[in-house]
Design a protein around this ligand. Sequence first.
Ligand code: ATP
Ligand code: MG
Length: 575
Amino acid sequence: MRQSNLLLPTLKETPADADVISHQLMLRAGLIRQLASGLYSWLPLGLRVLRNIEAIIREELNRSGAQELLMPVVQPAELWAESGRWQKMGDEMLRMQDRHERDFCLGPTHEEVITDIFRREVQSYKQLPVNFYQIQTKFRDERRPRFGVMRAREFIMKDGYSFHLDQPSFDATYQEMYNCYERILQRMELNFRAVEADTGNIGGNNSHEFHVLAASGEDTIVYASNGPYAANLEKAVAELPVAEATPPEPMARVATPNQKTITEVAQLLQQETTRCVKTLVLKAEPSDTQTGAPLIAIILRGDHELNEIKAAKLPGVAKPLQFADEAEIVAAFGAHPGSLGPVASPIPILVDYAAAALSTFICGANEDGVHYQGANWQRDCPIDDQQMVDARNVAEGDPAPNGQGELQFQRGIEVGHIFQLDRAYSEPMSAYVLDQDGRDTAPIMGCYGMGVTRLVAAVIEQNHDSRGVVWPQPVAPFALHIIPLNAQKSDAVREAADALYAEAEAAGISVLLDDRNERPGVKFADADLIGIPHRIVIGDRGLQNGVVEYKHRSAENNEELSAEAALARVAGQRL
Ligand code: ATP
Ligand code: MG
């Protein structure tokens, strides 16, 4: 393509409202433009990258035996009522009515639609397993759209769904999809990591997220220093602590008049925060007998943080998780937050394993301005095994499970998520097939998501330098950038550039020819910004010596080569 024909509005300045490098470069390199919050247009150069990524995804999924189909963006409310999600989805789902006042939504995901197709079109176990996918626009009215296409409201997802008669069949496809995702990300030359992930409310044991490693990632991923264990912080566990054996000291009341935080209390008593426990009060699941607002406390070691996803799943904790407000706490404890503790707690307590392992600890005395020192679980506050839970975020340096060294942290961009849906849709939507015995049976479903537009940003997060994007060849918008210098003044340069351009096109190389009447400096800056892997510069002086300048975007220096040898470099050959 000739650059003079290409809408390629590059920007010199970094746009003020773009916080992460990929968003900045996508705007500066003319890949995208914002229409409204979380809504982006893909300009020609950006679309070429998007299409390359889609092509890789399609090839690998087709190779895995998945079949592509395409479902509507607009979906009727009735389907969502059948799965129970019309009510559950909340504000992320954009709803609307048609002229007949029927309810519809813009699809945030497609489980309901695919299950509906399945129940209409697939009748027998003999047709299983099946694995469908689409590459389709999704709409989610995200609370905080940010980082450009990384967390947009309208975005493109590859979503896949498989249907199975039994667990072994599901497990085989799940493994195939896992391998397929690895192949896709490897082909894009991304540095990524698959981690165990939280399954949300659906359950099932199998769930993995694929994270592109980047400092700007919104997720914390946790991995063992010495073994294969890797999980999202939402789900990560540490090796269970061994209970401390120090003989308990006697419990004593101490006045802590203005010390409200763990750090303040620890400082006053000249102890580490690891010797304190903190008491977080949540709403409890109402029992049949309770009236009013029942509460439950979670006790953590002073230096630890609550993991809200783990906590929301604990028995007795209200779902979704909700913190008690101050008035409810004072009504129950007769004391304010900052002076609460497990000893003689007026409400049921759950104790995180790490807190439960302490032999003596400091805690609030459930009396304003008073703490206990030297409290001991079994002597002062008996707890049983059922009350000991995993409710915290693991910390860096914690022992990894099964002796795999220490836990370490990295930031990740979630680009894919695969998991087992079980019968969460097939059952309520009566998507039955006949099994071997002629009985109706609901298939196990798998679900495989990949953020196609987010991947473009993730590639840039890992492939850029101070001058711009450095595209990996497999996703690059063009393979070769031909830059004639001062062609407006030199017929020889223009003719050589045109000839090389024609030759590259004939050889099937995707090539961009910078035929603009711009100064060399402008052309080079734009070339670096848009990051096409191979660059051939044609100038008068070189032509007189029979050479052009070849440079790979990631190389430091130019090389003077014959046009033929330079073109061979694009194909990875050295002549
Ligand atoms: P997140 O935790 O990031 O909100 P999610 O759990 O909602 O993700 P899924 O429903 O599993 O995401 O969607 C599958 C994939 O779609 C994600 O792995 C991600 O790559 C992509 N994705 C999800 N939400 C967005 C968004 N708002 N903008 C761009 N891509 C997204
Ligand atoms: Mg989300």
